[in-house]
Design a protein around this ligand. Structure first.
Ligand code: PHE
Length: 340
């Protein structure tokens, strides 16, 4: 029996010294110290030991258990520490690795163009005045010299909310709203969304305009031409020329349609300008006497010019965008083209 105890001790210590993982160690623990393990088996064999030495042998077996347990524990904590170290090493983060770049958004091409237009006119001293998108018949039509039943109301297929309240079909109501509170000299730019019942490749039920208005003493058509020349050069390139063609708006007199020389063929004639060398970009004119009066000013003392430019139209012309829908679909592949 004593022999057996010694052998067991040696074999346990030998196995312990070879164990490499916590899993192996656990198996070994079961094998030696478990309920049906070898040490317990020794205790069971005590009944075959002669009575007189049974107590002594029993003590030896218990001693063995008490010796083995701390030995197992020691190996266990050593292995746990080593395994933790390996885990830490595997999970270590290389802080010098380049990070993942989050995809960055860009300003929408319409916002870019709108900002460009605004900054050109801000450079000429214009201030921003924003009117409401829902407006009344008075500000939208009557005050702009478009009385009820005037055929010009058909020019803008307006979305009416009630008989008197509507979605503005142009930014021109800003002319009246602004001069109600600002006294001359007035020099404002009124950007914003406008709505018309119109929908095809070059028209959308919602689009954006930038309205310009200048009212002061001695404002002439030359001032309008000068301001729009500057605008055309800044937006379409320095060698761009402008041309006025007679037109009609009820709120301006005289009224003009403004063309810019084709920046693609430089006026020679191409598919963009349909062979004419010129591209129509906006409507403008000298503020009508009746409108000056509706602004609360004396038309014999004050004169002014106004213009209205479509932001989508400028974007389409400048970037050669064939269909206005592309500006509203927000296809990222399209938008990425405008990442400056
Ligand atoms: N309001 C006109 C339109 O929407 C544009 C315009 C503005 C024309 C100012 C002349 C003066 O078509």
């Amino acid at each position: 029996m004593l022999e057996k105890i010694n052998q067991l001790k040696q074999s346990a210590m030998a196995s312990l010294s070879e164990v490499k993982t916590q899993k192996e160690l656990a198996e070994l623990k079961v094998r030696f110290l478990g309920k049906t393990g070898e040490v317990t088996n020794l205790l069971k064999g005590l009944k075959d030991v002669p009575k007189e030495s049974r107590a002594e042998v029993g003590k030896l077996v218990n001693d063995l258990r008490q010796e083995l347990e701390p030995a197992f524990n020691e190996v266990e904590s050593r292995l746990a520490a080593a395994e933790l170290l390996v885990r830490y090493e595997n999970e270590a983060i290389d802080v010098t690795m380049p990070g993942k770049k989050p995809a960055r958004g860009t300003l929408h091409p319409l916002t870019q163009i709108k900002n460009e237009i605004i900054s050109v006119f801000e450079g000429m001293g214009f201030e921003i005045f924003e009117g409401p998108e829902i407006d009344t018949d008075y500000y939208t039509f009557q005050a702009l010299n478009i009385p009820k039943d005037h055929p010009a109301r058909d020019m803008q297929d307006t979305f009416y909310i009630t008989e008197n309240i509507l979605l503005r079909p142009h930014t021109s109501p800003g002319q009246i709203r602004c001069t109600e509170t600002h006294k001359p000299p007035v020099k404002v730019l009124s950007p914003g969304k406008v709505y018309r019942s119109d929908d095809d490749a070059t028209h959308s039920p919602m689009f954006q305009q930038v309205e310009g208005l200048v009212i002061d003493k001695n404002i002439t058509l030359c001032d309008l031409k000068g301001a729009l020349d500057e605008f055309a050069c800044k937006i379409f390139g320095n060698d761009t020329k402008t041309r006025f063609r007679p037109s009609y708006f009820p709120f301006t007199e005289p009224s003009v349609e403004v063309d810019v020389s084709c920046y693609k063929c430089k006026g020679a004639g191409c598919n963009l300008c349909k062979g004419s060398g010129w591209i129509e970009v906006l409507g403008a004119g000298m503020v009508h006497r009746n409108v000056i009066e509706n602004c609360g000013l004396d038309p014999n003392e004050y004169s002014g010019f106004a213009f209205g430019v479509g932001v989508e139209r400028i974007a389409m012309l400048k970037y050669g965008i064939p269909n206005m829908k592309m500006l509203f679909e927000n296809d990222v592949r399209f938008l990425k083209e405008f990442d400056k």
